[in-house]
Design a binder for this molecule. Structure first.
Ligand code: BGC
Length: 715
């Protein structure tokens, strides 16, 4: 399609309307033919709706086909709609939430999950997914932790590109969907962990930690970018010309459409950044924002701004062209329905192949935090108790798209399927409310059930509804009811295993000494119960590693492994005048990169090909890893670097590479990493991104808390 010719045939009013995005309900009228509620609230005319360029949140193939058909009948230029949706961790077959994906440290499974979900979503009529969400987060209180791959820029960046590759593949292939990376930028740094809150940070911190995962998506060819709700240093992202035009388009070369978050244009007034919708439209177009989601600043004001000479028509043309070009890449002009097909959608939903992928992801995402030897449970058990309100509940997490909790395999169902001859008894124990007080009658009942069983599986943590957008928590402790239940049940039965469901790091300090074994399963998705049962009974091995630090106390938040040393670090015995607390240590309960397995690994001393390097060469570091157990398993080798002295203080450790290694029982392998100048670079005091000469410490281990290092000199 000659999109420039198409643009030339559009009137200014039509072009402006093309920049709007509304929910799909606005476009397909009520049965009576009236403009529906949301469109009425936005005072949209039939003409404006007819030329609208995109919609969000379709309800599946049939709805998508009907929406597109209706639109093509109305649009004078017959330009197909771009249909967008939040396909975050699956369409109908759900994989674990993103924090769980981060815990896999496995870009291959993450890419396969995204591919699987693109297949389903494209059959459901989706062209663009509002994913991946790659906001780096250091604050466990924020509700949207669950959508993020965690606290580390390198891990988040690798997961970001894996998701983009998986969703998009080749955009011309109708089984792909275009990815829209979000929320640009630094939304995860919302002050106090409060959703939508402001962000105030230095450009150095922004570039060093928060931007790399978005950049990785752009480098991987992401088709769209969503600007975030938050301000950065006083400027809301959708009106931030420096962020959108200078960095994203200028420095990084992104030339696809930029979309706002939901009604973020209109919110510029609430921020106190614009006096009203007209000024918001001007500010956003100056920042090169292309699509306005669910408000009407562009559509109601841009024509007037052009007439007044404030905005040039060519600015609007550029935005429309970017949208038309994406439509062209997706093949919408040839086939406006693309892959939408109700039969195919039905056939793919929950199909065996997709179930196998999400089950594998759920197994890989679980992180074993403690095991006193209770796990794995024996396959010969005849009496098992499963306790907790989540025992027989599908744990699919927020942003479950078209997934249905009742379709997800529960822990009870998974354990039942693996142990068809065992007697399995359920007890609730607590209700699952936030901050709930113990109900001693329920606890007593649970204890009774626990006493009669040979082993107990205790399901605790958070409900899916307790994390996600607008689900920040000031208190990230477990409720008193859960703590009390854990104590009583563990007293009643020493063979107790705790499964934690969570969308964020929650504080496990009150129970960690009591429980013989505990692992976090996040919100594991459709096959959660089967994956959990496989892990508990040793049919699958644990290999997940924490993508976020688990604090010991919520007052430590934000707590992360790549902190700066300060002038008064805690070294050895606690001194009064040090950077810490008088009532708590600085240590986390579980550090970033931590996770146990049924295998045990012996990690040798790193050997270097040289102890010095120049900018022209690289150094290879090799390390022997041995599986000293009689169980095959996977080790995750993590390479951290510390730049000891630099023009700006550098973190005590930074993840620069990782590799997963499959080792049979007793097997030994050597793993090698190449250290290049690129890995030593940072945003220096002079504003450049470069490596400075000097001393670097290199750590290779299977957790971030290692203290062993070797020194490398860059000359
Ligand atoms: C969220 C986005 C989402 C959008 C559309 C907003 O409230 O912040 O992440 O993509 O809604 O559903």
């Amino acid at each position: 399609m000659d999109v420039k010719a198409l643009l030339n045939q559009m009137t200014l009013e039509q072009k402006v309307a093309h920049l709007s995005q509304f929910i799909a309900r606005c476009i397909v009228h009520d049965e009576g033919g009236d403009i529906t509620g949301p469109s009425r609230n936005l005072s949209l005319t039939d003409e404006e709706l007819a030329s609208c360029g995109s919609v969000l949140n379709v309800a599946g193939a049939e709805h998508s086909i009907a929406t597109q058909k209706r639109h093509l009948e109305m649009d004078p230029n017959k330009i197909p709609l771009l249909i967008m949706h939040d396909v975050i961790h699956g369409w109908r077959t759900l994989y674990p939430i993103q924090l769980g994906l981060g815990a896999t440290w496995d870009t291959d499974i993450v890419e396969r999950c995204s591919r699987m979900s693109a297949r389903e979503a494209s059959a459901g009529g989706v062209h663009v997914t509002f994913a991946p969400m790659v906001d780096l987060v250091r604050d466990a209180r924020w509700g949207r932790n669950m959508e993020s791959c965690g606290e580390d820029p390198y891990l988040c960046a690798r997961m970001s590109e894996a998701q983009v590759k998986g969703f998009q593949g080749d955009l011309g292939d109708k089984t792909s969907v275009c990815a829209c990376v979000k929320h640009f930028a630094a939304y995860g740094a919302a002050e106090g962990g409060r959703d939508y809150n402001s962000v105030d940070m230095s450009e150095h911190t922004l570039r060093e930690y928060y931007l790399p995962a978005y950049k990785a998506a752009v480098d991987a060819g992401v088709g769209m970018v969503m600007a975030s709700f938050n301000t950065i240093n006083g400027v809301p992202s959708i009106a931030n010309k420096w962020l959108l035009d200078d960095i994203l388009r200028g420095e990084w070369g992104f030339n696809g459409p930029i979309i706002s978050d939901y009604s973020a244009f209109r919110e510029l007034k609430n921020h106190g950044f614009s006096t009203g919708n007209k000024e918001s439209a001007r500010l956003a177009i100056e920042a090169t924002a292309d699509i306005e989601m669910m408000s009407n600043c562009y559509v109601k004001n841009l024509c007037e701004l052009v007439a007044e000479g404030v905005v040039k028509e060519s600015q609007i043309d550029e935005c429309v062209l970017r949208i038309l070009e994406l439509k062209n890449k997706l093949g919408l002009f040839e086939n406006p329905y693309r892959n939408a097909d109700p039969e195919l959608e039905k056939a793919l939903a929950l199909c065996e192949e997709h179930r196998a992928i999400v089950r594998e992801a759920a197994e890989k995402s679980a992180v074993l935090l403690k095991n006193d030897g209770v796990l794995p449970l024996s396959a010969d058990l005849t009496k098992i108790a499963i306790i907790g309100p989540y025992a027989n509940m599908g744990m699919i997490g927020a942003w479950a798209c078209h997934g249905i909790a009742d379709e997800a395999v529960t822990v009870y169902e998974g354990v039942r399927a693996l142990n068809p001859n065992a007697t399995i008894t359920l007890a609730e124990g607590f209700k699952g409310d936030l901050n709930e007080e113990p109900d001693y009658k329920m606890i007593k009942e649970a204890v009774k059930v626990a006493k009669k069983a040979q082993a107990v599986i205790l399901c605790i943590g958070e409900l899916s509804e307790q994390s996600g957008e607008a689900r920040s928590r000031a208190d990230i402790n477990m409720s008193k009811a859960q703590i009390e239940l854990v104590k009583e049940v563990c007293k009643a039965n020493k063979n107790t295993v705790c499964v934690v469901f969570n969308g964020r790091p929650i504080i496990l300090t009150d129970i960690i000494d009591t429980v013989p074994a505990i692992f976090t399963a996040w919100q594991p998705g459709t096959e959660g119960g089967n994956a959990i049962a496989n892990l508990i009974f040793g049919k699958a091995n644990f290999e997940g590693k924490l993508p976020m630090t688990f604090p010991r106390h919520q007052g430590q938040v934000p707590l992360y492994y790549n902190y700066l040393n300060t002038g008064r670090p805690v070294v050895g015995a606690k001194d009064r005048f040090y950077s810490g607390y008088i009532d708590e240590t600085n240590d986390p309960l579980f550090p970033f990169g931590y996770g146990l397995s049924y295998s045990s690994f012996e990690i040798g001393k790193p050997e270097f090909s040289a102890n010095e390097m120049t900018r022209e060469d690289s150094v290879t570091v090799s390390i022997k890893v041995k599986n000293t157990s009689d169980v095959a398993g996977k080790a995750t080798l993590q390479l951290y670097i510390r730049d000891l002295y630099a023009s700006l203080t550098r973190p005590v450790k930074e993840l620069k590479a990782f590799k997963k290694l499959s080792l049979d029982a007793g097997e030994e392998q050597t793993v090698s990493f190449e250290i290049t100048e690129e890995m030593l670079k940072f945003h220096t005091a002079s504003g450049k991104y470069e490596a400075e000469n000097g001393e670097f410490r290199i750590f290779v281990s299977d957790c971030s808390n290692t203290e062993e290092y070797a020194t490398l000199i860059l000359k």
